[in-house]
Ligand binder design. Structure first.
Ligand code: FES
Length: 258
């Protein structure tokens, strides 16, 4: 078994924007076992309130003993996380789930929307070590949510294109609009973001006969396959659990329209 329950120590909490925060945790066992696309279940503070852990994809591994989580403040749990201080302890279970498959050794494209960009930095970091070029398409509501992340992908050698809902950075429109010109030149797409965005990417890839892996988001109470709260419909009509069978699926495994 490669998953651990570990008391991590907060190293830093860094606000990237008004709502995006990045949490760096010292967690040697989980960091050593983590693979891009996997996630951790996290308590939201030092007390038992709120009781339920929250799932977060692993944003990046720093050295051998730290991981980073990227999160958006959307409620009480994430607000408590944003208020953590260095030195505080946080209980983690992970790494959990099925991550991204091995990155192909030639042209690929990453597509990230909103907070779904989080796991792609870990994946791009692995890609960077293979010395191959890649393109990443980043979409969000506004440019300020993308500026720092875009520069970090560029530092890993990725060619970055951006799209924003308000037109404040890059293409004024959907990030999926940026994908079509690339499909003739790439062999695989890795996508994470809102369901509708990933469904569009899956459809475009299917039509172009380009392989696609998608990292799904779901409400998760346990993260361990026990509560059945993260069920989705598979393309084979069977139910799948995002926490156990995913969160990364081959796009053709998912019934996107159900
Ligand atoms: Fe409980 Fe998936 S989160 S079964």
């Amino acid at each position: 078994m490669s998953e651990h329950q570990e008391n991590s120590i907060v190293h830093a909490v860094e606000p990237l924007t008004d709502s995006f925060h990045r949490l760096t945790l010292h967690t040697p066992l989980i960091a050593a076992a983590a693979k891009p696309g996997q996630f951790v279940m996290v308590t939201c503070g030092p007390s038992l309130d709120p009781l339920l852990r929250r799932p977060f994809s692993i944003h990046r591994r720093i050295g051998a003993e730290q991981i980073q989580l990227l999160f958006k403040v959307v409620g009480r749990g994430t607000r408590l996380l944003s208020e953590l201080r260095p030195g505080q302890a946080l209980s983690l279970i992970g790494p959990l789930g099925r991550g991204f498959g091995p990155v192909l050794a030639d042209s690929v494209c990453f597509v990230g929307g909103g907070i779904g960009i989080a796991p792609l930095l870990f994946l791009a970091d692995r890609w960077h070590r293979s010395d191959q070029a890649c393109t990443i398409l980043l979409g969000s509501r506004t440019g300020d949510e993308l500026t720092q992340l875009a520069s970090e992908f560029e530092a890993l050698g990725c060619r970055v294109e951006t799209a924003t809902d308000d037109g404040s950075l890059g293409h004024h429109g959907l990030v999926t609009d940026l994908l079509a010109p690339h499909l003739a030149h790439i062999r695989k797409v890795y996508v994470c973001g809102p369901h509708a965005m990933m469904a569009t990417v899956a459809e475009l890839c299917k039509t172009a006969q380009v392989a696609c892996e998608a990292s799904l988001e779901a409400h998760m109470a346990c993260g361990l396959g026990a509560c059945l709260g993260c069920t989705i419909h598979g393309a084979d009509t069977l139910y799948k659990h995002v926490c156990k069978h995913g969160p990364v699926f081959n796009a053709e495994e998912v019934a996107w329209k159900r």
